[in-house]
Design a protein around this ligand. Sequence first.
Ligand code: G3P
Length: 217
Amino acid sequence: MKFFIDTANLEQIKEAQALGILDGVTTNPSLMAKEGITGEVNIINHYKAICELVDGDVSAEVIATDFDGMVKEGEALAALNPQIVVKLPMIKDGVKACKYFSSKGIKTNVTLVFSAGQALLAAKAGATYVSPFIGRLDDISTDGMNLIEEIRLIYDNYGFETEILAASVRHTMHIINCAKLGADVMTGPLSAIEGLLKHPLTDSGLAKFLADYQKGN
Ligand code: G3P
């Protein structure tokens, strides 16, 4: 299972990278705005900075919502660095743009996916990644995990190579349940990743080991 961090915060990206478990980064316009990164030039420079910090894929989202605009923006983003994955919204022109980029060998991430049907279309269009938003489904009393399960079943039925990138992950149990269901990738905040470290028996066990060592020395 690949671990992506879902942020545009360079310090958090560095911290996850230093842990040695990071496979990539996802961003979106809201995450960029949260870090105060605005304007085309600053956003482009920020993507370049992120690519320098990590070895893996970095999803960069287009703002255009029409086919020509998405192609123009996506090609410019992809030209920045081979790590860039063009992130496209799950709308009609997004599907067309996904097909366009996949036929050119440019990596894509189809985002804002909330149904199995949408995920099927993304796979048919040759998406590298499909991003079902599990946290946002949970927010409206719909079990996000069911969607991961459905997409896994459908993709396995036909051998689709599109990777299931569980997005809108909010906490550790999302990560663990996604791993159980066979999501290929999860993207979440540093807090959810670091949450996996925590266990009180680890802390108390380590404290006892150290105390016993001190007694004998
Ligand atoms: O990966 C998608 C993500 O950025 C959305 O997360 O927490 O805003 O639903 P959230």
